[in-house]
Every structure is written in structure tokens, then in C-alpha cells.
Design a protein around this ligand. Structure first.
Ligand code: CUA
Length: 444
């Protein structure tokens, strides 16, 4: 027997009682660990270690003063941490800027998903409060009191264990069934809905491409970062990615769905006029919800909900106008010489732009073209750089001068020849940039 154990405050009735000795050394070990933790707690003032030594061994190692300071500061620190967590929670639930809150659904899909969320959350809140309540009651009511003898030790209670297995099983099964039924229910627009409008959505680093194979009268539209949809009509979407995994999310219309390379995910949503309190058109906001590279957080988009008539006139107006101003004509040449490897504009300019693209491919050297937004309807958009700034001549000027000022890590700055300069800013002259803006925004 070691002398340490004989010094222990526990009375060892028999020195050769091996199990008693073993127990005593284990207790001693546990107590010294708790002592060390308390000491660390007092010194570091971190207050994160909920240990309190109950024995009387090595009382000297931690003075009462240190312990009480440690405990007081630990209480204070815990309050600070609790306060910070509460603030973080409030901050998180406050992130509902301009139409990004899933708690204010504007269509049937988001509304049903919110119902499911509410059921799941309240069942879990009730279970949490009950379980923690019983736990707290037991901790307080049956805590160790001075001079109290060890209570009778029991192991197991079959009927209690069966009950406590059956209740959660029923709850989990019920919630799972509800979830699966909601999933099936939301698979397709309900019977009797108006004819759906289909949109193919492609995720790119770091912007969204929207293609309407038939926006009405067989008209094909390709646009970027701004989805326009008619109200009260189901929108079916095929989601794909061109590079890495993105996630398509318009919180007020539907939950997230991944956009995966070489795999198409299907979803639908609808904006209901009776859930929208403002006059149309109304702008809702979307965001990529899957970490997809350095500018993931800058991959936003807008959804504009319009009357069917407004949508139709927007669709009819898609494409460049038949006349082109002198300023735009000069800009067309700048565009053809600098932008066509990645961007395009549909319409009468197609042959010119295609020819310059071919020349670019043949003579481009080390240029690596990347998919970039089709700019045909840029003049009708509200934002620039995937929803980052409002579309205006001033912002377009800054963007063309140095895109990285607005959106770090964008591929235009990294790949386009016009930015391969010492400072990374465009090598175009002010006149050329002005003409380019004229071509992109006026086109007439
Ligand atoms: Cu795309 Cu994150």
C-alpha cells in the first residue's frame, strides 16, 4: 500500500482489502483532477469548468480565497457568455433584411414548409423544456446535503425504460411521417393549378443564370441574377451547376435545394397575390446557400414578382432594340474586341460578336474563357455583380474600371485581358468605357 493512500481522509478499515484500496485511489485521482481543474479555473478566470471538489484532500493546494474569486469570476464570465449567445441569437433571427425571412412566406411551398418547421420546433421545445425541467428538479430536489447518508443504490427500472423508449419513438415516427407527407405534397404543383412557367437555373462561380426556354409565344430568354416571375402561377425550376455545388434559396418562396454539376434537381414555387401585401411588382431576395468558393457570400439574386401582363411585356421587350445610337455603336466595337470570349448579347449583333469570339479563340493565347452572364437585357436589370450593387452608370463605370473593388475574386478581374495590368484596373480609355456603358445600357 502506498503512503499516499494511508494519508487519505477515507478510512481504510483493512489495508489488504484490495477493492477498497482501488476505489480509494480512484477517488483520490478524481479529486486531484478536479483540484487541478479548479486551480486552472481560478487562474485562467475562464469559468468554464463546472467542477467543485467535495473532498477534503489537499485543501491547501487551492486557497479558499482563490476558489471564491474563481467562482465569482466564473459566474460573471458565464453571464457574459450567456449574454453574448443571446445577442448572437437575436442578431441571427434579426437577419430578415428586405424579403429574406422564411417566417414571412409568400407562396404555398414556403407556407407548408413553415408549417412543418413550426410543428417540429414546438414539439422539440416542449420535449426540451420537460426533460430539462425534470433534470433541474432532480438536481435541486435530490442534491447532496451535509451529513446525509448515501441513498440506496438501484440499477434500472424496466417499465420506466420502456415508457421512455416508446414516447420518443412515437414522437420521432410522427414527425418523420409528417415530414415525408409534406415532401410528397410539395413534389409538384397541385392539380388544377394554372400552367407552370419553366425556368432552367444554372449556378456559376459566383452568379445565377436563368433561362426561360419559353417565356411566352416560344420566346427564349437568357438572363442573370434577376428572375422575373408572374404572380399566382407555378414556376417549375430545373437546377444545375456549371462548376461546384451551389444551393438555390429564395426564403420567402421555398427552402434550399442544391445545384449540382451533371445532375438536375427539380423544384417549384409560386408567389401568391393574397400573401403579398404590397403592390406589384415586388422584389424578393435569394442567396446561394452552399459554400462554393471565395465569393460564395457575394452570390445573390433577386426575384421580381409581376402581374402576368407586366411579365409578358418584359418578355416581349427582351433583346436589343432595332436602332442603335452612335455611342452604342462605338461601344459595340469595344465589346467585340474585349468581352465576347465570355459574354454575349443576343439579337442582330450575333454575327459580329460570334466572329470576334472565334478570332479570340484562335488568337487568344493563354486566355481561359469562363461562362459569364448573357448581357442582352442588362439595361432592364436592377443590380450589378450578382445583386451586390444597384445598376447605374456610375456603378457600371466602377465595375468596368476595376470589378474587384465591388466583388473580390471575380473571374472577370482574374481572366479578362483588359485587367492584366500592373494595378489590375482596366486598360480601356475613359472614352472606351463610356462607349461600352452606352452599348450595354442604351443599346439605342
Ligand atoms: Cu454558390 Cu455559394
Amino acid at each position: 500500500m502506498s503512503p499516499e493512500i494511508s494519508e487519505n481522509s477515507h478510512t481504510l478499515r483493512s489495508n489488504d482489502d484490495y477493492s477498497t484500496v482501488k476505489m480509494a485511489s480512484l477517488e483520490r485521482l478524481a479529486e486531484s483532477v478536479v483540484d487541478e481543474l479548479n486551480k486552472a479555473q481560478g487562474e485562467s478566470q475562464m469559468g468554464l469548468l463546472p467542477f467543485r471538489r467535495t473532498g477534503n484532500v489537499s485543501e491547501q493546494s487551492v486557497s479558499n480565497t482563490t476558489k471564491s474569486i474563481g467562482r465569482r469570476s466564473s459566474l460573471k464570465n458565464r453571464s457574459v457568455i450567456f449574454g453574448l449567445l443571446a445577442a448572437l441569437f437575436l442578431f441571427a433571427v434579426g437577419c430578415s433584411k428586405d424579403g429574406m425571412s422564411p417566417f414571412d412566406p409568400m407562396g404555398p411551398v414556403a407556407a407548408k414548409q413553415l408549417d412543418l418547421f413550426n410543428v417540429l420546433m414546438w414539439v422539440m421545445v416542449i420535449v426540451f423544456v420537460l426533460v430539462e425541467g425534470v433534470l433541474l428538479y432532480a438536481i435541486i430536489r435530490y442534491r447532496k446535503r451535509p451529513g446525509q447518508a448515501k441513498p440506496p443504490q438501484t440499477h434500472g427500472n424496466t417499465s420506466l425504460e420502456i415508457t421512455l423508449t416508446i414516447i420518443p419513438t412515437i414522437l420521432v415516427l410522427g414527425l418523420a411521417i409528417w415530414s415525408v407527407f409534406t415532401l410528397f405534397d410539395l413534389q409538384d404543383p397541385p392539380e388544377g393549378s394554372p400552367e407552370a412557367l419553366h425556368v432552367n437555373v444554372t449556378g456559376h462561380q459566383w452568379w445565377f443564370e436563368f433561362e426561360y426556354p419559353d417565356a411566352g409565344n416560344g420566346k427564349k430568354i437568357i438572363t442573370a441574377n434577376e428572375l422575373r416571375i408572374p404572380v399566382d402561377r407555378p414556376i417549375t425550376l430545373s437546377l444545375e451547376s456549371d462548376d461546384v455545388i451551389h444551393s438555390f434559396w429564395v426564403p420567402k418562396l421555398a427552402g434550399k435545394l442544391d445545384m449540382i454539376p451533371t445532375h438536375t434537381n427539380e423544384m417549384w414555387f409560386q408567389a401568391d397575390s393574397d400573401k403579398i401585401n404590397d403592390d406589384l411588382p415586388v422584389t424578393l431576395y435569394g442567396q446561394c446557400a452552399e459554400l462554393c468558393g471565395l465569393s460564395h457570400a457575394l452570390m445573390k439574386f433577386q426575384v421580381t414578382v409581376m402581374d402576368q401582363a407586366d411579365f409578358d411585356s418584359w418578355a416581349a421587350a427582351y433583346g436589343p432594340p432595332p436602332t442603335i445610337s452612335a455611342r452604342a455603336k462605338a461601344g459595340q466595337a469595344v465589346f467585340a474586341a474585349n468581352c465576347t470570349l465570355c459574354h454575349t448579347i443576343d439579337g442582330p449583333d450575333d454575327p459580329v460578336l460570334s466572329a470576334s469570339r472565334l478570332t479570340g479563340f484562335l488568337t487568344g493565347g493563354d486566355i481561359t474563357p469562363v461562362p459569364a452572364p448573357n448581357l442582352t437585357d442588362l439595361r432592364t436589370r436592377h443590380t450589378l455583380a450578382a445583386g451586390l450593387v444597384d445598376l447605374s452608370e456610375t456603378n457600371l463605370l466602377s465595375w468596368l474600371h476595376d470589378p474587384s473593388e465591388i466583388k473580390a475574386n471575380n473571374y472577370m478581374s482574374q481572366r479578362a485581358v483588359m485587367y492584366k495590368t500592373e494595378t489590375g484596373t482596366s486598360n480601356l480609355t475613359n472614352e472606351e468605357i463610356d462607349a461600352l456603358i452606352g452599348y450595354l445600357l442604351d443599346l439605342q
